[in-house]
Design a protein around this ligand. Structure first.
Ligand code: H2U
Ligand code: ZN
Length: 354
């Protein structure tokens, strides 16, 4: 079936085209995803399994993130009251790595990588998670993200500050104590670099921002929006790979976390609480994900193309125990999904309404 160029019109998601196998394009990565909605003959009628929530104590004497406890590196945490930031004792990047550039016929290439890795504890409470924290306390976490971005970003050798959170053991988090990581590097890593290239190409061609335009289309279509407030929108992107993948976009065209004004910092805290609550209610369990922000590099260039956003990549598919793996066809050929992004967004949105 041939589809007309839909640049000015919104595409009709109820078209037969979208009920059968098709590919969707991710303009941020310039990659494709295979969507197979016909494989979902009876969506969501299967049994929903629930995993019992782990009951945690507010303080765990064996936790290396709890206040007053010793860490593996030998340091002892202070008796902190809200957020706490420390240098990762097992940093993936070091600031004094030897500098070199190796290249043999463009086939064997290596370059030095220097950086600073930190851990941010969200709360002194071992048993809290973002969805149950107060908005005022999540706002302190937002402040820590802004402050770390600013502080590490202004170091002369740092070009990019990546903030990310691995939530739950399924995603590789080493500890349930609420925390995230910051890796600041002397280079722009591959994922943000890919997105920056695509955003710059779009800006050059259209003279407008890719994500401003995308957000405008999504607000008008309304089919993939999960939650919103005055300053942020959470949506399942048209090109989502993970079943309940979500993006949080700033409504204003800003590039970096420190650019957020007071109202936006509160709004970011609010939408994070709302989205993570929706996630936890979906399968009545702690919802695992990896999330992180993409923001302006600190390489001294202007970067008018970058629009601040967060990606949430959750692996769960049908229940708290059934997860999606990117294997087989996805490793060898292209990512694939069954449930459409529209259906995923509807399920998430309806949880909020309840
Ligand atoms: P993850 O849960 O996402 O793995 O983050 C925890 C980080 O905490 C991890 O990178 C660090 C690990 O290196 N860590 C310390 O810095 N000190 C410790 O005592 C244990 C863990
Ligand atoms: Zn703890």
């Amino acid at each position: 079936m041939w589809l007309p160029n839909t640049y000015y019109a919104l595409i009709d998601m109820h078209n037969a085209f979208f009920r059968s196998s098709h590919r969707r394009y991710n303009p941020l990565t310039q990659e494709w995803v295979l969507v197979s909605p016909q494989r979902l003959k009876r969506p969501w009628q299967g049994q929903i399994e629930t995993a019992p929530r782990e009951i945690l104590a507010p303080y765990d004497p064996n936790c290396y993130l709890c206040p007053g406890n010793a860490r593996a590196g030998g340091a002892r945490n202070p008796d902190y009251r809200d957020t706490f930031v420390f240098d990762n004792d097992f940093a993936a990047l070091v600031a004094d790595a030897p500098r070199a550039e190796l290249n043999t016929r463009d086939l064997l290439r290596a370059t030095s990588a220097r950086g600073i890795c930190r851990v941010i504890c969200f709360s002194p409470r071992h048993d809290l998670t973002l969805p149950v924290m107060e908005i005022a306390d999540i706002r302190r976490v937002v402040e820590a993200w802004c402050a770390q971005t600013h502080e590490l970003g202004k170091r002369d050798f740092i070009e990019y500050v990546q903030i990310f959170e691995n939530k739950s053991a399924m995603m590789g988090a080493s500890n349930p104590h609420p925390h995230c990581q910051v890796w600041a590097t002397d280079h722009i890593p591959s994922e943000p670099a890919k997105e920056l290239r695509a955003q710059a190409t779009y800006l050059n061609a259209q003279q407008t921002c890719l994500l401003c335009d995308y957000l405008d289309l999504e607000i008008r279509a309304a089919e993939r929006i999960v939650a919103y407030n005055d300053h942020f929108v959470a949506l399942v992107p048209f090109w989502a790979v993970w079943p309940f993948e979500t993006m949080v976009l700033a409504r204003r065209h800003i590039g970096a976390l420190p650019d957020l004004n007071d109202a936006e910092r509160i709004a970011l805290a609010e939408i994070i609480k709302r989205l993570t609550r929706i996630f936890d209610q979906l399968f009545h369990a702690t919802f695992p994900y990896s999330m992180g922000f993409h923001q302006t590099p600190n390489d001294g260039m202007r970067h008018a193309e970058i629009h601040l956003h967060a990606h949430y990549y959750p692996p769960l598919l049908r229940s708290a125990t059934i997860r999606k793996f990117l294997v087989g066809y996805e490793m060898l050929a292209e990512p694939q999904r069954d449930i459409t992004p529209e259906l995923a967004a509807k399920r998430l949105r309806e949880i909020y309404k309840k």
